[in-house]
Structure formats: C-alpha cells, structure tokens
Design a binder for this molecule. Sequence first.
Ligand code: UT7
Length: 338
Amino acid sequence: MNRAAVLDGIGSCLPPRVVSNGELAATLDTTDEWIVSRTGIRQRHVAAPGTATSDLAVGAGEQALKSSGEPVVDTVVVATTTPDRSCPATAPAVASKLGLTGAAAYDISAVCSGFIYGLATACGLIATGTADRVLVIGAETYSSILNPRDRATSVIFGDGAAAVTLRPGGPDEPGAVGPFDLGSDGNGRDLITVRAGGSEQRLSGVEPAPDDQFFAMAGKEVFWRAVLRMSESAQSVLGRAGLAVDEVDWLVGHQANARILQRLANALGIPPERHIVNIAEVGNTAAASIPLALADAHAAGTLHAGDRVLLTAFGGGLTWGSAVLTWPELDPTTRRSP
Ligand code: UT7
C-alpha cells in the first residue's frame, strides 16, 4: 500500500489586537463601506511591534501538536512571506522554541500559496519515508511589510498563523492529504512584490525608497489572475483525484477577497453553503490563510470526519496550488463550545 500523509492535528494563533475598518479609516483615505463592499473584510488582527512571525508560528504549532496528542515531529516547515530575518530561515527557531531542536526545519517562500506548497513538500517527505511526523505552519506578520500610507494594501492584509501535523498512513483513511496541483508564472513577479532588501536591490546602508521597501500589489491585475489560476488549478487537482465537483463537501479558497472567492466558487459550480470563508474576521493572512480557515471551521464544528475538502490558493511569484484532503476525526476539545 502507498504511504500517504494523514492530517492528525490543527492549531492557530492570532495576535490579540483587532483593528476594525473604522480604525483604519481614521488614518487612511478609506471607509468601512468601501472595504466591506470591495473585499468582504470587517477587521483583521495585527501583531504588536516586537511580535515576530516565529512567535505566532510557535503559538499555532503548540496547539497543533497538542491536538494531535503527540508532542514530537521530526520535521518543521514554515510557509511565510514575512520571515523573522532574511537569513537564516524562521523554521529552525520555531522548532527550537517548540522543544524540537534537532528536527529538520526549513521555510517555504511561495507567498499566499505557501501553505499548499509546504503541505506538498511535507507529504512528499512522508511518502518517501524521509520524514515520519511533520508540522506544517503558515505564519505571517504582514503588518511588518505593509506601507501604512497605501490604502490599497493596508486594508486587506492581517497577521496570524495556523498549523497542521501530519503522520504516515494509508491514502484512503480520513485525514489523507493529496493529490496536489502546483504552478507558477514568474512573468508576473512585479504584481505582488517587495522590491528592496534582496540581491537585486542590495542593502547599501541607506534606506530604500518607501515604495521599494514595502509590500506592493497591482490589485486589479492580480484579481482576475487569482480567479483564473485558482479555478484552473482546482479543476486540475479534482481531475487527478478522480473527483467530480459535487463530491466536494467544502471549498477552502485563499481568503484574498470575498469577491474573488465568489467568482472562484461560481467558476467551479460550488454553491455558497459549501464555501468556508473567514475573511471578514481575519482579512488576507497570506500563507496562514488556508490553515486558518481550516482551523476556524474545525473549531466551529463545520468540518466533519470524512468530509472532502478542496484547497486552492494563489499568490505572489506568481504561484498557485491546490490540494484535496479528507477531513479526519480530530480532538473534539479543540472545538469551540457552542
Ligand atoms: O493575496 C494574494 C492575492 N491577492 C489578491 O488576490 C488581491 C486581488 N485584488 C483585490 O482584492 C482588489 O483588486 C483590491 C481589493 C486590491 C482593490 O479592489 P478593486 O475593486 O480592484 O479596486 P481598484 O483597485 O479598481 O480601485 C477602485 C478605486 C480606485 O479609485 P479610482 O481610481 O477609481 O478613483 C482606488 O484608488 O478604489 C480606490 N481605492 C480605495 N478607495 C477607498 C483603492 N483602495 C481603496 C481603499 N479605500 N482602501
């Protein structure tokens, strides 16, 4: 029998400070009405200065390990656009803070598709026997790279982290993850970018221009590509899995914009009652977006063992990816009380 990766734990961590649209409208030329109607976002969580991505990753990782009932993994994968430092990777620090010094640990840089890319590499490690138990975390502090004067991006992104644990198992048991579909188009790399700080625009000891220092996104150009790539990728992964759209119980799209999610669902022919959407409460949390939506839906009791879940994401790179998984029976104490 093929060795597959099986999801057996989940956790999340949001920084406590909630920033409403109204609070943003006090300093930016925007309104609650614009943000809600154009994006579906009502609030986001924002990390305090001094809180690093690894802090949120550790919070989510701790919860996921606890919910799996097994405190040890041999590999830690952190998907992030906002690492603690440009060198070294964030994952080794996360592993050590979780008491997992010695574990293999590396970062995945695929922006909003990062969690699906991370999940795919983790499943590969388990399938080949290179790893037994893997912790995959999506974690972001976008507040550290947003231009506070850019209303087009500041209203969209939020901070947060979420994580899953994976163990070896059979491809047909609840929790089995896969198949995957992954893709990229580097011709679009300028559409979602932080220009300065890498090898292209090197550190000179002089501050780069603010536009280059901060995250920038060509929102309109990204919008239609997100709908197109996520729907193509989702259809392709369903083909690989041999599943029809009506065999999917839940669609979990990258929480980029409620209007993108609506169009994605329409393109796939999945009705609204089968979408998992939490963008109103957390905004776009990039690599944390998909696992956070899963963790929220699990906590709310929406996901049940045996449910077929379709994940699809799109982000900077440009990158995209999709996966299918069957929801497992998880520790019921990780659900919110009704
Ligand atoms: O996570 C990775 C993938 N990311 C995405 O997929 C995001 C994709 N893009 C989007 O979600 C949307 O394009 C945005 C939410 C970024 C922008 O929404 P839009 O409906 O595409 O607006 P727009 O860029 O076409 O701008 C429309 C107008 C412009 O004003 P003018 O030129 O028509 O006078 C903008 O300047 O809205 C203006 N605008 C705002 N107004 C109030 C842009 N941002 C704001 C704002 N508040 N925050």
